[in-house]
Design a protein around this ligand. Structure first.
Ligand SMILES: C=CC1=C(C)c2cc3[nH]c(cc4nc(cc5[nH]c(cc1n2)c(C)c5CCC(=O)O)C(CCC(=O)O)=C4C)c(C)c3C=C
Ligand SMILES: [Fe+2]
Ligand SMILES: [Fe+2]
Length: 344
């Protein structure tokens, strides 16, 4: 029998700094997130980051936490429940870090008689730190605990016409009655090194002005290309005028170069240049989370207002909006109708 595992990033169990520390430890010790040799990673994470960041991050989580729990988890659960009501395929929800784990999600499906699983990472664009780490862990778990399971993986949907239509509609609805000067597409950043590591041609990705616009097999795994494509396709769908929108990358950590331009500096530059009204959307996430609610909704707004900006509109993620639920349900049903596949 076929079943689906939706996988999102995960959040700490609570806003207690101890739980935040445990979550950050699991997250940042992942070799696909901080991709340096284990000893150096342990020194950076356990010796430096975990001594300072949990308190600050816990305060940020406190600002956005809901009565039911972490927004990212609550919104992912709502999405799962709604998809469940549209399709007869069993659907489980897991988080890559924290709970519910990928192991428990697979067990839930196996207990229902599932032996063919569609892994559906809830990330539109491929990244080593998101999609790849989910697939690697799922395969490890399969080998160790679930040898009877066959996996199929949903490819990144950054340019899928259904996704682009839903995303464009969600943005269009917000912009319709909004007086704004610029729409910023702000994607979660990654270190530039990650882009080069994922380049299957070993030579294409220069992270310059043009590599992501030059066709290449590297783009199957190029996070930067995929983000720029999402922006381009939405702008085309909404007929946004050149110069009224742009792309930036948020949430950098550490001192290595990350994808540029950086969102915080871009917002600041806009305000310093006299912009008064801007809107921002974050299509690397399908569920609102710390990075949209606090980093954009609080910190981003503060930066803009400090340099003279007046209106800062954060467009929500797709969350559990009906057209998104129906799109995912349709993708799932289409996959479920296909004949059984070999182990992917
Ligand atoms: C080296 C560090 C990080 C990389 C690389 C990275 C990539 C990456 N992350 C997301 C999605 C999310 N990240 C979130 C939080 C978050 N991310 C990092 C670090 C890296 N992310 C940290 C340390 C944190 C924790 C918060 C903090 O302390 O500031 C979240 C929010 C989680 C939540 O609970 O709401 C999401 C979602 C993507 C898509 C990505 C690469 C493309
Ligand atoms: Fe992150
Ligand atoms: Fe590229």
């Amino acid at each position: 029998m076929k079943g689906v595992l939706l996988v999102n990033l995960g959040s700490p169990k609570s806003t207690d700094p101890k739980d935040v520390k445990k979550y950050l430890d699991q997250f940042l010790m992942d070799e696909r997130v901080i991709d340096v040799p284990w000893l150096l990673r342990a020194f950076i994470v356990k010796g430096i980051v975990l001594n300072t960041r949990p308190k600050k991050s816990a305060e940020a989580y406190q600002r956005i936490w809901w009565e039911e729990g972490s927004p990212l988890i609550v919104l992912s659960e709502r999405l799962q429940k709604k998809i469940d009501s549209f399709t007869s395929v069993p659907i489980a929800l897991s988080m890559r870090y924290g709970e519910p784990s990928i192991k428990s999600g697979l067990q839930e499906l196996v207990d229902k008689g599932v032996d063919e699983v569609l892994l559906l990472p809830l990330y539109p664009q491929f990244a080593m730190a998101t999609t790849e780490t989910i697939l690697v862990l799922a395969e490890q778990l399969q080998q160790e605990f679930f040898p009877q399971i066959k996996f199929t993986t949903m490819p990144p949907f950054y340019n899928h016409p259904d996704y682009i239509n839903v995303l464009s509609r969600s943005i269009g609805e917000k912009l319709e009655n909004l007086d704004y000067e610029h729409l910023l597409f702000s994607y979660h950043g990654v270190p530039e090194r990650h882009i080069k590591k994922s380049d299957i041609t070993n030579s294409h990705c220069k992270i310059d002005g043009s590599c992501c616009q030059t066709p290449s097999p590297a783009h199957q795994f190029c996070y930067r290309h995929q983000c720029l494509e999402t922006t381009r396709l939405v702008a085309k769908t909404l007929q946004l005028k050149e110069g009224t929108y742009s792309t930036s990358f948020q949430s950098r950590l550490g001192f290595d170069p990350w994808l540029k331009p950086y969102t915080d500096r871009t917002i600041e530059k806009f305000g310093l240049n006299g912009m008064k009204k801007m809107a921002i959307v974050s299509p690397a996430f399908v569920s609102d989370c710390l990075e949209t609610l606090d980093e954009l909704g609080n910190e981003g707004r503060e930066i803009f207002e400090e340099v003279g900006g007046e209106e800062f509109t954060v467009i929500p993620c797709l969350n559990d909006r009906e057209d998104w639920v129906k799109t995912l349900s349709r993708w799932i049903d289409e996959w479920a109708k296909q004949p059984e596949t070999a182990n992917a």
